[in-house]
Design a protein. Structure first.
Length: 369
């Protein structure tokens, strides 16, 4: 009997301990899934990765799609946020320093630069050591570096931040027939080195590699920048800068069958600039041209067409303004003259009436006397 009671009391205790062990292991497994850290001191959790993932639309749900290539000149004021500060200060650093640190630490995969034939697959991954040697970027082996997972350390003074004066970006414009809207997103970007030869006057451009924006975005969301000289607070991030299209980039190529650039199709710089502006206008107005315009929009278009037909010469407009001013002044003067004449006419009978009344009174008084 005593042994039986001991067995009965031991079984629930054993079940309780097993349940606690299973619950503790479950909690441990959940925390392991949430704790997804990366090397280099920057943490990218699974929640952040899910947040930064861009919802890609299947091609079967698209009614239209176009890929354009833009060049971002960092000497323009609107693109200065990508270049400055030249040296890291107060936790802020330029875009190329973020990219080079992640690439050297093995956190960011990069792909070969192919002009118009980009393929973001493992077959086109860039060997980081060969890339650094090719562009003469000094580096040292990092701790824990292996042949399969090489890691490097690049000093701040050795990062070619002052030589990366432009970027190439790939924009993808899509029209989703399910949602009925047009959207654009950046697919990849490429830093471009500007180096002048010993006996050359113009700098030669060397595209370094392609970086998928989806791989770079989690790190750009953590870097604060300021994009306006009137507000020195870092209220934006690099991700906001790209998503809001705050950059000023000229279209130098669109994806085509012959893989030709606009410079090849339009040798004249003015014609090439007009073609680039025309492509940008068609992209931005593609969504608007799909819908029937309202009556107000039709009236505005009609007025604009009439203004164009009448002519846009500035001298004609100026003469028309002067004529209108003269006519207004003449009308104003004539109206003032008419009013003065009316006042005079009104005053005359009053004066005469007052005079007649005075004589009539006197005559009456004289008669009474």
């Amino acid at each position: 009997m005593i042994l039986g009671l001991a067995a009965l009391t031991a079984t629930p205790l054993l079940a309780q301990t097993q349940q606690e062990a299973s619950s503790s292991s479950a909690v441990a497994r959940r925390t392991d899934k949430k704790a997804d850290t990366t090397q280099g001191g920057q943490e990218v959790t699974s929640r952040l990765q899910q947040r930064t993932e861009v919802s890609t639309t299947d091609d079967s749900e698209l009614a239209w799609m176009r890929v354009v290539y833009r060049q971002l000149d960092l000497t323009k004021p609107s693109n200065a946020a990508l270049y400055f500060p030249e040296e890291p200060i107060d936790g802020q650093e330029s875009l190329i320093r973020i990219i080079m640190r992640l690439v050297a630490d093995g956190q960011l995969p990069v792909y070969e630069y192919l002009d118009g034939r980009e393929a973001f697959t493992e077959a086109y991954l860039v060997n980081v050591r060969d890339m650094l040697d090719r562009f003469h970027v000094y580096y040292t082996e990092a701790k824990g570096s292996t042949e399969k997972n090489p890691r490097f350390v690049i000093e701040e003074a050795d990062v070619p931040a002052s030589e990366v004066l432009s970027y190439y970006i790939i924009e993808r414009w899509e029209f989703d027939r399910r949602n009925g809207r047009t959207r654009s997103r950046i697919e990849a970007l490429c830093p471009v080195l500007h180096r002048s030869e010993e006996f050359g006057y113009e700098a030669v451009r060397y595209p370094m590699f392609w970086v998928k924006y989806s791989d770079l975005r989690p790190y750009l969301m953590n870097q604060s920048i300021f994009v306006d000289d009137n507000n020195n607070l870092a209220t934006s991030t690099y991700d906001d800068y790209f998503n809001l299209s705050l950059y000023d980039g000229e279209i130098y190529k669109t994806r085509n069958l012959r893989n030709r650039t606009l410079a090849q199709d339009f040798p004249d710089p003015d014609e090439r600039r007009q073609a680039s502006d025309s492509i940008h206008q068609r992209l931005t107005s593609f969504d608007q041209n799909l819908w029937v315009p309202s009556l107000e929009e039709l009236a505005q278009r009609r007025e604009a067409a009439e203004a164009l037909s009448a002519g846009n010469d500035s001298t004609a407009v100026a003469t028309a303004d002067t004529k209108s001013k003269r006519s207004v002044s003449k009308r104003g003067s004539s109206s003032s003259d008419d009013s003065s004449k009316k006042e005079k006419k009104v005053k005359k009978p009053k004066s005469s009436s007052s005079g007649n009344s005075g004589t009539a009174v006197r005559s009456v008084r004289n008669r009474k006397r």
